[in-house]
Structures are given as C-alpha cells and as structure tokens.
Design a protein around this ligand. Sequence first.
Ligand code: FES
Length: 151
Amino acid sequence: MADGARLTTVEQVYDERSFLFTATNSFDMDEEIIVVPCEDDPAAADAAATDGDRGVTAWINRCTHEAQRFDTGRGVPMRDGEIICPKHGSMFDACSGDCENGEAAGTTLPDVDLAVEDGEVFLVDDEYTFEHEGQIDDGDDGPSSTSHVGF
Ligand code: FES
C-alpha cells in the first residue's frame, strides 16, 4: 500500500481526462493540483506514475505565465497529450510539464509526486497534504478564469 492519501484511480483519470484536488503546501497555503493522463511513453517521463502502460502526472493548477487556472471547474483543457492554458493558449506536455510555445514558452510546470498501486493513485509528495477533492473552497474567487481561447 502506497504511503500517501488515495486520490482517485488511473481509470477515472483516463475516463474523465483529469482530476482536481486541493492540498496544503509546506507554507500552510492551499494549492490546487491537477492529475492528468500521460499517454506517450509514460515510462520515459520522469514525473509519471504508471499503471502498466498508462501513466498519470500531477501539476500545480496554475499557468507559469500568469496566475491562470488550467481547470476552472470544468476539467483540464487538453489536446494531443498537452495541457492547454485557457487564457493565452500555451500548451504544456502532460508527461514532462514543458511548454515550448506561446507566452509560457521555455517554462516547466511545478510537478507533484504521485504513486500508482493496483490502479489506485496516491499523493506521495512530502510538500503537500491532501485536503479535499475539487477547487479551493475558501470563498476567494482566485485567479481569473476569463478565457480568450475557444475550444
Ligand atoms: S496565462 Fe497561460 S499562457 Fe498566459
């Protein structure tokens, strides 16, 4: 049994395309974290926790360009294995977190450590303590969810 909070299953991440949860970081601040499928060669991706040939990765739910959530409450916008920033459209590799285009080019998303055991996904990052599924619910609207990109 992995030593961490159980989050979801690999199957659910692949079925729903993403999973959002809130965790407390080492500064006692809430962070939203997204779990997404890493489909191209997950075994070769450092950040991926794998269940057979299906990998999942976890990233802070915030663009490196501006404080824009990827998942604004309707799932993470993704296309061809990349996370799409809803504000200016930069795309981040879901396996590596790297961005090579648009406003966020040259940056990498901060990663969060997961473990997978028997298809179950666990949070095993010492920096984060699981709080609850879904967005931060402190009444603060948080970063703008204004979208300039249509899907
Ligand atoms: S806020 Fe994400 S690319 Fe600008």
